[in-house]
Design a protein around this ligand. Sequence first.
Ligand SMILES: [Zn+2]
Length: 218
Amino acid sequence: METGDAGEKRTESLLVDRVPVRRLAVALTFDDGPDPAYTPEIADILRRNGGRATFFVIGQELERSADIARMLHEEGHELGNHTQTHASLTALTEAERRAELESADRLLEALTGRRPRLFRPPYLAIDAETARTGEAMGYRAVGAANLKAEDWRMPGTAHILEHTRSEVRPGSILIFHDGLGDRSQTVEAVSVLVPELRKQGYELVTVSRLLEMAEQGL
Ligand SMILES: [Zn+2]
């Protein structure tokens, strides 16, 4: 199953890819989990290096792996909405779109005690109507700066690293995938990237924290 998030329907201005911050900070994001094998490996890397990330989880996967989602929440990571079934939202009616977001929203609220603030549309497929649906639910729609890394298609660890490093600067939101397939290359790339960024002095923060830093002029 192809789970690529570099869809052609992407409309850049509707998604936040990068925000202006002064401090050395980036936000790593992981889509399509939680996954029983790969998500804990990613969490281990972040724990060892002192970093936080945002996990855009699929409602159906969350139902299967609630314990892993709970661990992520308890360790200070952010959980975002990646719809209930990984549907392409622009292909749905307004009612269907809302149902996709609301189902995952309810699961996340039950798990964390608060409503998620962020969503990432599957395949990054977004249009004005989808953006309005998200906004009406209080969501910010999140894109990413390193779309050429395309970790979801297993292009090799070197490719993932090259096309991510070139997009690293203060305020970048970086996309990876921890579920719906073999994510071993992603884990390998992240195991190199995370200590490298920390050595360069980067803070690895959640997307909500990065947005807050930008608002506060940090
Ligand atoms: Zn996805």
